[in-house]
Design a protein around this ligand. Structure first.
Ligand code: SAM
Length: 303
């Protein structure tokens, strides 16, 4: 039976609002799962299992699979398609709201020891991609590898190099090493999307590249808020600092203030963040205390 016929039989009409383009080609599903390099003991977190195009192979290879699906109508359909494999836990939840720090505890039993390798896999609606990646990479889950099927254009933005950087590229490359694995044409899905898709893996860095990601993202958000403008202007406007302060941070980082955000590599954002944080510390140290005057016993009471 084709995916379309199976969906019909299950009484499911794909919902565009949830990015429901179901994978129809099992050869491609196998190739995506192969890209995730799953080992038998691994815990796999699948985002958006749909009716199980990937899940059917994941449960064969992983120790346990936690599949997070937002559409409650798909959950009985997924169970009807796959039966109830003992190593599958289906969570009805929004993947953007799940507490990934504690997800090991809901693996269908006693949970997994903290050193169990975790792999995340998902064929994602494009509109949750960047928020989800940041949530996953900032969590305590510490996945060994994230394997995502996304729009081709999103994949290309993730792996972009200086001159074509974006906020997404900075976010992904700050946390990990993205790699484009393969292109998928629209004919592999039902309904067919308008554009090509791609499989990307992100291997998270073993250690954080900078201890305070908030500074990196404050700078990058400011920088990319008006991508055609020079950094001296975008940083001043976006960070509510003076143009002189913005220039000082840029020059201390050996970055020409006339450059644009899209030209900066991740290590330059890190240098910038270090100087930005140092400037904030200096400003704090020199700020006059503004607290209430304390009444001391030496001060005579006003009568
Ligand atoms: N993995 C299936 C496949 O390859 O055929 C389905 C992929 S479909 C592109 C995206 C899936 O993500 C759908 O099942 C959709 O309901 C689900 N989804 C959409 N937004 C979600 C969210 N915020 N949290 C969890 N699942 C979501």
């Amino acid at each position: 039976m084709s995916t379309r016929q199976r969906l019909n039989a299950l009484g499911i009409t794909p919902r565009k609002s949830l990015g429901q383009n179901f994978l129809t080609d099992p050869t491609i599903a196998r190739a995506i799962v192969a890209a995730a390099h799953i080992n038998p003991g691994d815990l796999v977190v699948e985002i958006g299992p749909g009716i199980g195009a990937l899940t059917q192979f994941l449960v064969q290879q992983a120790g346990h699979v936690i599949a997070i699906e937002l559409d409650q109508h798909l959950i009985p359909a997924l169970q009807a398609e796959l039966g109830q494999p003992a190593n599958l836990t289906v969570l009805h939840a929004d993947a953007l709201k799940v507490d990934y720090d504690s997800i090991r505890q809901i693996s269908g039993g006693d949970g997994y020891p903290p050193d169990t390798p975790v792999r995340v896999i998902g064929n994602l609606p494009y509109y949750i991609t960047s928020a989800l990646i940041r949530r996953l990479l900032e969590s305590e889950l510490k996945p060994a590898l994230i394997t995502l099927t996304v729009q081709m254009e999103v994949a290309q933005r993730m792996i972009a190099k200086p001159d074509e950087m974006s906020l997404l590229a900075v976010s992904v490359q700050f946390y990990g090493h993205p790699k484009l694995v393969m292109r998928i044409t629209p004919s592999a899905f039902y309904p067919q999307p308008d554009v090509d898709s791609a499989v990307v893996t992100i291997a998270p860095h073993a250690q954080p590249l900078y201890p305070s990601p908030n500074s990196i993202f404050a700078l990058a958000r400011a920088g990319f808020s008006q991508r055609r403008k020079q950094l001296r202007n975008t940083l001043a406007g976006g960070l509510a600092i003076t143009h002189q302060e913005a220039e000082e941070i840029l020059l201390a980082s050996r970055i020409n203030p006339a450059r644009r955000a899209e030209t900066l590599a991740v290590d330059e954002w890190i240098t910038l963040a270090a100087h930005y944080d140092a400037q904030k510390r200096r400003a704090k140290a020199t700020r006059k205390p503004t607290g209430k005057r304390l009444k001391t016993s030496a001060a005579p009471d006003a009568k």
